[in-house]
Design a protein around this ligand. Structure first.
Ligand code: AMP
Ligand code: GLY
Length: 420
């Protein structure tokens, strides 16, 4: 099979790494890719949010199967254009991608299906939104409706913060994404993520993970795209996972089908767990980054067969062959991230690190310049390892991290602390 992966992050490097291990893959192109991906696959420049351009590229390169990494091309309808052109694709339609692109849409679907989530109200004007906040009191959560690059959620521990968030959102701080606001009940508990593949009809769990969103050790400081992750998530026991499937995932998928927008791809459910009860925080319609890196490390080559089966509507014929293992990834980021950071610093020491089925450095924001690897993004490397226990995976990861020579970068030394 000729395969095309869309995206350029650590997520896509790990997808490419898993796909390359599968003997069914004859040729792999990643667009646009990065310096690490270029070491294992072909990279091509392509406007991945332009459905017409992606279809033309797939046809010109005799692509048999497309895997879409990030949400933006999905929300832009790239999977729809590919399907219309008869190209097999892993990823939901734009309509089904609204489960991530619109918080109010997700809430509507939860209402209709009875999926367990926080109580909420929607507003398009500031005055009634503020009155609602004053009536409900703090803590309370204010969310811009649309895609806001992970920054459109304010968890307000006091009323004034919530009221200020309303002014910011209706004042245009999040552009069009803030034209509608969802105000939610604050949910207490421990967060974890559940990843399931769906083919429109069947659902298959492919693992759990927990990430660390804050930049600083002890989960302090500013929010980031994620500073590290591990899988499985001990808090999401088999029993709680089964509840999440029955009370959240299956009802949602059934409701999407009922609406004529069956979901095909990976559904990433952010859950809040308290007293054995999971509730939905949010859906994403793609793999998490860096959660994908630990899932791929655990699934290996079979990941491609599973995604292919989802795209072909054959998930009922598949199962996951689990090794009883644990994986961890630690993000190395440029000094200053998530604020301003310098680009162009040189990363050394990568050639001396082990790269095999249990140890891998996935690249995110890197570029090869005259034989050297340069940092060109905020999150730059995902140092990833697998072990029989989380402790073993952790020890391997930090041994590799210590081998990276990059004074202009930093990382958290406490990834996995909750589980360890
Ligand atoms: P979201 O983009 O919806 O995942 O929100 C980002 C983060 O805000 C989540 O990962 C949670 O930590 C937090 N959050 C969102 N909604 C709630 C809620 N209703 N109660 C408590 N925390 C929340
Ligand atoms: N790591 C969080 C996300 O991918 O949304």
């Amino acid at each position: 099979m000729n395969i095309l992966i869309l995206g350029s992050g650590g997520r896509e490097h790990s997808l490419a790494w898993a796909v390359m291990q599968n003997p069914k893959c004859d040729r792999l192109i990643v667009a646009p890719g990065n310096a690490g991906i270029a070491q294992i696959a072909e990279c091509a420049s392509l406007d991945i949010e332009n459905g017409g351009a992606v279809v033309n590229f797939a046809e010109a390169n005799a692509i048999d199967f497309v895997i879409v990494g990030p949400e933006a091309p999905l929300a832009a309808g790239v999977a729809d254009r590919l399907r219309e052109a008869g190209v097999l694709v892993f990823g939901p339609s734009a309509e089904a991608a609204r489960l991530e692109a619109s918080k109010s849409f997700t809430k509507e679907v939860c209402d209709a299906s009875g999926a367990s989530t926080a109580a909420y109200a929607r507003f398009t004007k500031a005055a009634p939104a503020k009155a609602y906040i004053q009536e409900q009191g703090a803590p309370i959560v204010v969310k811009a409706d649309g895609l806001a690059a992970g920054k459109g959620v304010i968890v307000a521990m006091d009323e004034q913060t919530a009221l200020d968030a309303i002014d910011d959102m209706f004042g245009g701080a999040f552009g069009g994404a803030g034209a509608e606001v969802v105000i939610e009940e604050f949910m207490d508990g421990e967060e974890a993520s559940l990843f399931v593949l769906c083919d429109g009809e069947n659902i298959l769990s492919i693992g759990t993970a927990q990430d660390h969103k804050r930049v600083g050790e002890g989960d302090t400081g500013l929010n980031t795209g994620g500073m590290g992750a591990y899988s499985p998530a001990p808090v999401l026991s088999a029993e709680i996972e089964a509840r999440a499937m029955d009370e959240i995932i299956r009802p949602t998928m059934a409701e999407m089908k009922r609406r004529g927008a069956p979901f095909q791809g990976v559904l990433y459910a952010g859950l809040m767990i308290k007293d054995g009860q999971p509730r939905l925080v949010e859906y994403n319609v793609r793999f998490g980054d860096p959660e994908c890196q630990v899932l791929m490390m655990r699934l290996g080559a079979q990941a491609m067969d599973l995604m292919h089966a989802a795209a072909e509507g054959r998930l009922d014929e598949t199962r996951v062959n689990w090794a009883d293992d644990h994986a961890m990834t630690v993000v190395m980021a440029a000094n200053g991230y998530p604020g301003d950071y310098e680009k162009g610093s040189v990363i050394k020491g990568l050639d001396n690190l082990p790269e095999d089925s249990s140890n891998m450095v996935f690249h995110a924001g890197t570029k090869a310049v005259e034989g050297q690897i340069q940092a060109v993004g905020g999150r730059v490397l995902n140092v990833t390892a697998r072990g029989a226990t989380l402790q073993e995976a952790r020890d391997r990861v930090y041994e590799m991290v210590d081998g990276v020579d990059w004074p202009e970068g930093f990382y958290r030394r406490d990834i996995g602390w909750r589980a360890l």
